[in-house]
Design a binder for this molecule. Sequence first.
Ligand SMILES: [Zn+2]
Length: 209
Amino acid sequence: MKIAFLSESPADEAAIRVLTEAVLGQSIEVHAPLKLRARGWPSVLNLLHAVISSLQYETDVDGLVVIVDSNGTPLHKQEKPIPCDPHCRLCQLLVRRDCTLSQLRPRAGQASIRVAIGLAMPAIEAWYLCGKYQDVGECLSAEQMAENRLRTTRKRLKVRAYGTDVLPMQLLTQKAVEYSNGLAASLAMLEARFPIGFGGFAAQIKSWR
Ligand SMILES: [Zn+2]
């Protein structure tokens, strides 16, 4: 299965490759880095339509994996119709994905591209630290957000994960892969602590098997 990745940084992409392979339970072929590369949240959303279309028509990629940080935006509410909240990043991506997929022309000899989307609450470092700290998880993050401590929370996550809140991309990527390799053996815990942002993502990936 050939898969492409779209997220906010090369370090995030490296981590998500490892996690995607672990959830799928089979090795994947990674599509070459996208010509359209996103850096930060707005560019992931803005590029999504173009990236899906280009992969559908110009490549033989089977699936696209998209992960973003929630940062200060609300946690996705699964029980509500989409969008659950106009500021929910997951809903914004799901709406754009579904709109794009509904417009695609079929491709000859291959099923249409599939797109799985996940949301790291409040940042992917929270996934890395899952199981290492009791105050890391989606619900607790929501409480911390309500107290307007998000900035502190994000900084503390980075310091806990990397020993500093500023690290060169190469080292960030190395750390991201190390953490993800550890998480690959604890997927059930990650799904339990992050049932919406990671659990929902894992369910989409499992449907590709
Ligand atoms: Zn939502």
